[in-house]
Design a binder for this molecule. Sequence first.
Ligand SMILES: Cc1cc2nc3c(=O)[nH]c(=O)nc-3n(C[C@H](O)[C@H](O)[C@H](O)COP(=O)(O)O)c2cc1C
Length: 195
Amino acid sequence: MNQIMETILHRRSIRRFAPEQIDEAALEQILQAGLYAPSAGGRQGVLFAVSQDREVNLRLGRIKRANSNPRMASGGNYVSREQPSIADDPAITDAFYGAPTVITLFAPKGFLFSAEDCAAAAENMLLAADSLGVGGCYIGQGWTAFADPYGQEILRRWGIRTDYYAVMQLLLGYPRPGDPHPTPKPRKEGRVLRV
Ligand SMILES: Cc1cc2nc3c(=O)[nH]c(=O)nc-3n(C[C@H](O)[C@H](O)[C@H](O)COP(=O)(O)O)c2cc1C
């Protein structure tokens, strides 16, 4: 298996982070992976807002948690047993799980492919992160982290244009020492249709 395939199979969502900040050279490479992702029409419309301010990340993560669907996983229906998500554990108050680096991906409100562009960039970045020993997690519905007066103030502080919206967040940090690397759920059968 080549290295790309190994990384694709190895990557898992990491939600338990060591306290230290990630290496700057690793962050640069992860951002480069995002910048070189495919984009609809080659427009390169995605903006990457990198926040390593723990106070800001915590406050935005709490706002997002408060704005999240309270539906909780139960029984056999769970997101992750090894690295519980907010859907698994009602005691988690920060939807960013204390990640030391939170990158919000913004894209134009009026563009049909904004979400797809961000998802393509995010997966490139998650794979780059895994290959560099950095843990990452994709966080959907990025706008809910800014849905209160503090969030709006942050958007102004960051100079985000009002015709852009927060599509998603990408969490980055080193996995907590001693945590086993999560195992993937078994793949569901019958999803490939050779038509
Ligand atoms: C569109 C999208 C949105 C997601 N949103 C969240 C989220 O809000 N919180 C979270 O903890 N994980 C989120 N995830 C991560 C998924 O829960 C995770 O990818 C899935 O459980 C499979 O686990 P794996 O990434 O380890 O393979 C999201 C993933 C995708 C693709």
